[in-house]
Design a protein around this ligand. Structure first.
Ligand code: G3H
Ligand code: 13P
Ligand code: NA
Ligand code: ZN
Length: 328
């Protein structure tokens, strides 16, 4: 059944777990996530970015969500807009059946330029007023995702801030977070503590200097009842990097967010954990391997099926690691 983010995360908070939010942009990814949710008996957040909506088209995406919900009536599903950038993208998501929207006002509508607090509050309040009137939840974001190693905002996927940022922008201020939640009425708050989108998050296994989990703990002390969201939370598993590189790929040495750091966050109010890159890596690893092992194969189902199997395994691992398994 389709439920809101608020309903899902209230239950997660009550029982001390987090729900992974998996990005999807096609049928294979949707089916893979749902197979994992079913196997883990877990509630799920499916999320689509503006890029995913443009890729699949809103009508196809809406029917895909309908199909997945009807196929898995026993699994609570939240359909969430990832990184909405203005009122219109949030409205059209709701018109297409989304039960939750993110208004990312940490950046201006261009999705690149860091926004000031006043802009963020104003646009987020507008989205909350509109969405809540429609029975839809809202995630806001305070602080800009980016690397504490380089001071650069997201750059790998080309849709984040590209200018040099200071630590004050890259780490959410706990006092300001409290004010932001009061000022906007968001249902969940995405915070910045050194993660970034894509495969290249850290040049070494992250410690507290470059992955500031202590910031989440401080925010949770100020806002014990607010559901916190971690973006850029792929772990970028070494074994998936190795398969891709063994079969003709070229992934530079890199580190993601260790699962045990996310588990630490879950003890401090983290209830939604965004994952896209790990699933992209899983599908690509399986496709490269399958085609390398049988160069004569040309039926897409023959390589997409193993890709789905590998993605389902990643998703199931995360449901279990975040404590969501068994809570459907
Ligand atoms: O926000 C980041 C997600 O990984 C979505 O990425 O905009 O390339 O679809 P995308
Ligand atoms: P990853 O790139 O680490 O998977 O993060 C995805 C994300 O935060 C989507 O909003
Ligand atoms: Na989101
Ligand atoms: Zn994100």
């Amino acid at each position: 059944a389709r439920i809101t983010l608020r309903q899902l995360l209230d239950h997660a908070a009550e029982h001390g777990y987090a729900v992974p939010a998996f990005n999807i942009s096609n049928m294979e990814q949707g089916l893979s996530v749902m197979a994992a949710a079913k196997a883990a008996n877990a509630p799920v957040i499916l999320q689509a970015s503006r890029g995913a909506r443009a890729y699949a088209g809103d009508r196809v995406l809406a029917r895909l969500i309908d199909g997945l919900t009807e196929t898995y009536p026993e699994i609570p599903i939240c359909m969430h807009l990832d990184h909405g950038n203005n009122l219109a993208t949030c409205v059209t998501a709701i018109q297409n059946g989304f039960t939750s929207v993110m208004m990312d006002g940490s950046l201006r509508a261009d999705g690149k330029t860091p926004a000031d607090y006043a802009y963020n509050v104003e646009i987020t309040r507008q989205v909350v007023a509109m969405a809540h009137a429609a029975g839809v939840s809202v995630e806001g974001e305070l602080g800009v995702l980016g690397s504490l190693e380089t001071g650069m905002g997201d750059q790998e996927d080309g849709h984040g801030a590209t200018e040099q940022l200071d630590e004050h922008q890259l780490l959410t201020n706990p006092e300001e977070a409290k004010k932001f939640v009061d000022d906007t009425g968001v249902d969940a708050l995405a915070v910045a503590m050194g993660t970034s989108h894509g495969a290249y998050k850290f040049t070494r296994k992250p410690d507290g200097d470059i992955l500031a989990m202590h910031v989440i703990e401080e925010i949770h002390r100020k806002l014990p009842n607010t559901h916190l969201v971690m973006h850029g939370s792929s772990s970028v598993p070494e074994d998936l990097q190795a398969i891709i590189n063994d079969f003709g790929g070229d992934i530079r040495p890199t580190w993601g967010v260790p699962v045990e750091e996310i588990q630490r966050g879950i003890k401090s109010g983290v209830r939604k954990v965004n994952i896209d890159t790990d699933n992209r890596l899983a599908m690509t690893a399986a496709i490269r391997k399958t085609l390398a092992e049988d160069p004569s194969e040309f039926d897409p189902r023959k390589y997409l099926k193993p890709a789905m199997t590998m993605m389902t395994k990643v998703c199931k691992d995360r449901f279990e690691a975040f404590g969501a398994a068994g809570h459907a």
